[in-house]
Unconditional design. Sequence first.
Length: 248
Amino acid sequence: MAGHSQFKNIMHRKGRQDVKRGKAFTKAVKEIIIAAKTGGDPAGNPRLRAALDAARKVNLPKDRIDTAIKKGTGELEGGDLQEVTYEGYGPGGVALMIEAATDNRNRTVADVRHILAKHGGQMGEAGCVGWMFSKKGVFVFPKEKYTEDQLMEIGLEHGAEDVVDDGDAWEVHSTPDTFDALQAAFEAAGMEAERAELSMVPQNTVAVDVESGRKLMKLVDALDDNDDVSNVHVNFDLPEELLAEMAG
């Protein structure tokens, strides 16, 4: 599982440093719009709070944040986005769950299918791999700032299920129901997570070799590069050689 966690966290760090700031802005705006559909007040909307936090980390301007919230609540036009999830397989039969936010489902499914086919994957039927994943709250804390004991002390009192060693970071897992309370507890203790989100975590992972790993990395990058794609969840463990290359 460590190889999978490290891959997700390295991808996150790469995204925050990506020179393609326009794409980061587009994804942040879409997530705010979707999140704001259930309420424009972040105090009572955990998903919106998480979306706003992610938007600030990519330096999305405040006026664009405010406009996105108003589109989500219906105060402004342009918030007609739908959430869709596609399931499929990558090289070696690795499971993929692809979340998207789109105003044109036909365009998005065609794009995703094309990307999968181009990189040795294929679209699957609804439910084909969903059973392999569980929705979890995920908090990532750098080891140079926090110890496992610090995280356990706060986490276990507020609904954390586990603290996972991810090499250069700690990953704290919770249920979706306890995510909000746990996030508030960490914030009250002055502990800032590098990443805090609800995510689809694989119940089991598949180790892949270097060749398959490279193909899968290119596939995930291509999917992530699509403006409609919000998140890509996978169940593979990359070999240490590739993790070191990515981190470098």
